[in-house]
Design a protein around this ligand. Structure first.
Ligand code: NAP
Length: 283
């Protein structure tokens, strides 16, 4: 039976470090502050917003919610982004993407200040992940995968890692973060030929396809450490991309859904807000 890589202890360890850093900032008179920008009332946006806000507030960071109607004008959205960029009291901005149509998320991505880009959506942050320069912030979910591997002592150097999914939010940055830790990385997507045989060869398998059952028994092998990023609903129940029942008896370790990556993502976000506040102090 595999080891379950639960997210809660990983999040707790990150929160402890964040709490210490945040305390130091409060002593210097800096109140780390996250602004969350949401357009519309999508249930998954609200869930992410509430979990991010709860995590930040519990640690002692302030949260400002900027809520726009689903049919808000692009100009109004951009005014809010520019105002948050210019507001020295706001250290991090989380924009809930994708925006409802016809709002243009790409314009927001290009306009957001890289210094406040705590979820790693701007080109500057992505370039920082690509180059390893440390500029900007890595996308929180991709970093959460790495935090889980680190916490549970799963070394990446020299390992064969396979990432299923190539989005800018998860797959690509996760692949680059694994590469930075000296894994040998393969990225799979919907056009990958014979994905199961590629996946089976992985020692570290990150599933970020957004499809329940995308990773079935034919993708799994013993000694694999599986990080399931997927958040899907099947039969009214939340599940990941990996067929957990098929995986658990076979692989060496696996993250549950829920209770795995998602639990760590909001802790990483809060850590980024505090780091953004610390950087603002350093100038
Ligand atoms: P996305 O933008 O839809 O990207 C999905 C990627 O997976 C695409 O690159 C797609 O390939 C690939 N893909 C889809 N089905 C596949 C299949 N059957 N075989 C191989 N590749 C396949 O999704 P995302 O934003 O990256 O999110 C991925 C999942 O992570 C979703 O379930 C999302 O809800 C979840 N998520 C979780 C968290 C968290 O904190 N836990 C945060 C963010 C996202 P193509 O490029 O060829 O289309």
């Amino acid at each position: 039976m595999s080891i379950e890589l639960k997210g809660a202890p990983v999040a707790a360890a990150i929160n402890e470090r964040t709490g210490t850093a945040l305390g130091g900032l409060l002593e210097k008179g800096v109140q780390p502050t996250l602004a969350i920008v949401r357009a519309g009332e999508r249930a998954d946006d609200l869930a992410y917003e509430n979990s991010a806000a709860r995590r930040c507030e519990k640690l002692g960071a302030a949260v400002r919610r900027v809520t726009l109607p689903e049919d808000a004008a692009q100009a109004r959205l951009m005014e809010n982004i520019y105002a948050l960029n210019a507001d020295a009291a706001v250290h991090g901005v989380l924009v809930l993407l994708p925006l409802p149509k016809p709002l243009d998320g790409e314009a927001v991505r290009l306009a957001l200040s890289p210094d406040k880009d705590v979820d790693g959506i701007t080109d500057c942050s992505l370039a920082g992940v690509f180059s390893g320069s440390g500029r900007g912030f890595a996308p929180c979910t991709a970093q959460a995968c790495i935090e889980i591997l680190d916490y549970y002592g799963v070394g990446c150097a020299g390992k064969r890692a396979v990432v299923i999914g190539r989005s800018l939010v998860v797959g690509k940055p996760a692949a680059l973060l694994l590469l930075a830790r000296n894994a040998t990385v393969t990225v799979c997507h919907t056009k990958t030929a014979d994905l199961p045989s590629v996946a089976r060869g992985a020692e570290i398998l990150i599933a970020a396809a957004g499809k329940p059952g995308a990773v079935g028994a034919d993708c799994l092998s013993a000694q694999q450490v599986v990080i399931d990023v997927g958040v899907n609903f099947a039969g009214g129940k939340m599940c990941g991309d990996v067929d957990f029942a098929a995986a658990a008896p076979v692989v060496s370790a696996i993250t549950p859904v829920p209770g795995g990556v998602g639990a760590v993502t909001s802790a990483v976000l809060a850590a980024h807000v505090v780091e953004a506040a610390a950087r603002s102090l350093r100038g």
